[in-house]
Write a protein that binds this ligand. Structure first.
Ligand code: GTR
Length: 333
């Protein structure tokens, strides 16, 4: 009910204002407020990067174009965000590649467990030719109705739960762990020995409170800013997933923009990609400090080999059709 009301308030993905000045073509003069959303709160690196992008956009267009941010899942979880962007009820959404695999099969390669060696490897891939190709594939996919604008960092995902530290796959036995809604993740958790339960990020706290799940997995900033540590204090560095995120733009709204505005948005998005990265590493360190201060039991997983061996069937099932792409990613040094 609450969400439905919010959707109504959010209304269309953009607001067209009165023409600013007489003379030029009306479309080029109209004031547009681009609605943007993120599951995370204000101040979170992805949110802050888009807010800053909005300020630059406003300056560059003398106030003609601006971005209005709806943070903290105000417009629903990522599934709802994708749907709203697709129909043009939203202009901009920052979404993990996690739920995008079903839209673009090749993107699922980024969702394979232990795909990237480390942050530097992942950044080289998203900053390079493969990153550009993947954004283009998302834009060109007939069913996506989205334009892929740029990438954002999201660190490494680690398992947390309210029962015990995890140092080996066996420790996951019997634990119900929330995973993002995409079969590759549930199967990853099951292969690791736990019980994967797919649900939206917006349902997680309730599920932990009621015991529907014993925990979940995520990067430090999501765990900390979402206050998940209050419900699951054992955080173990399994590092099983490293999933970048994408800033998407509603294709419906995009195609209504003049080419010069599209170019400007692309340029500012590329700048946001690098700006977000700095914010990301600062926040990762701050989140870790907060976790320690809050008494989170942080366990370092020193031997990842048994976890990597356990997920081989997931690679066979979800990576089998994309061998050439996987080889190219692995060849990036
Ligand atoms: C976060 C990510 C969100 C969302 C969330 C989740 O790390 O930034 O976009 O995907 O994880 O687990 O659903």
């Amino acid at each position: 009910m609450i969400r439905r009301d919010m959707l109504k308030i959010a209304g269309a993905g953009l607001v067209l204002g009165a023409a600013l000045a007489a003379g030029g073509p009306a479309a080029a003069q109209q004031k547009m407020v681009l609605k943007a959303t993120d599951v995370h709160p204000l101040g979170y690196p992805t949110v802050e990067a888009v807010v800053r992008m909005g300020k630059k956009l406003e300056t560059a267009t003398s106030g003609r174009l601006s971005i209005q941010m709806f943070p903290s899942m105000q417009l629903g979880g990522e599934k709802e965000m994708i749907e709203q962007a697709q129909v043009g009820a939203l202009a901009i959404a920052r979404i993990s590649v996690g739920p995008m695999g079903p839209l673009v099969p090749q993107l699922n390669v980024f969702n394979l467990p232990f795909m990237f060696r480390d942050n530097a490897h992942m950044e080289k891939v998203i900053d390079g030719a493969i990153g550009d190709e993947m954004l283009q594939k998302l834009t060109d996919a007939p069913n996506s109705n989205l334009v892929g604008l740029c990438w954002m960092n999201a660190g490494t995902r680690n398992v947390y739960n309210n029962k015990r530290p995890i140092t080996k796959p066996d420790d996951l036995k019997g634990l119900k762990i929330r995973m993002m809604g995409n079969p590759v993740f549930v199967e990853t958790m099951n292969a690791l020995g736990g019980n994967g339960v797919a649900m939206g990020f917006d349902q997680l706290i309730n599920a932990m409170q009621t015991g529907v799940v014993d925990g979940a997995e995520n990067n430090e900033p999501s765990y900390e800013s979402g206050q998940h540590y209050k419900y699951a204090k054992y955080y173990s560095t399994t590092g099983h997933l490293m999933i970048p995120e994408i800033l998407v733009f509603s294709k419906k709204i995009w195609t209504s923009l003049p080419a010069a505005d599209q170019q400007l948005l692309k340029k500012l998005a590329k700048e946001a990609q690098l700006e977000q990265r700095k914010l990301w590493y600062e926040r990762e360190a701050a989140s870790l400090a907060k976790m320690k201060a809050e008494g989170v039991v942080i366990t370092t997983v020193t031997n990842k080999a048994p976890f990597q061996a356990a997920v081989q069937p997931v690679w066979a099932k979800f990576g089998g059709d994309h061998k050439a792409l996987i080889d190219r990613i692995q060849a990036v040094k």
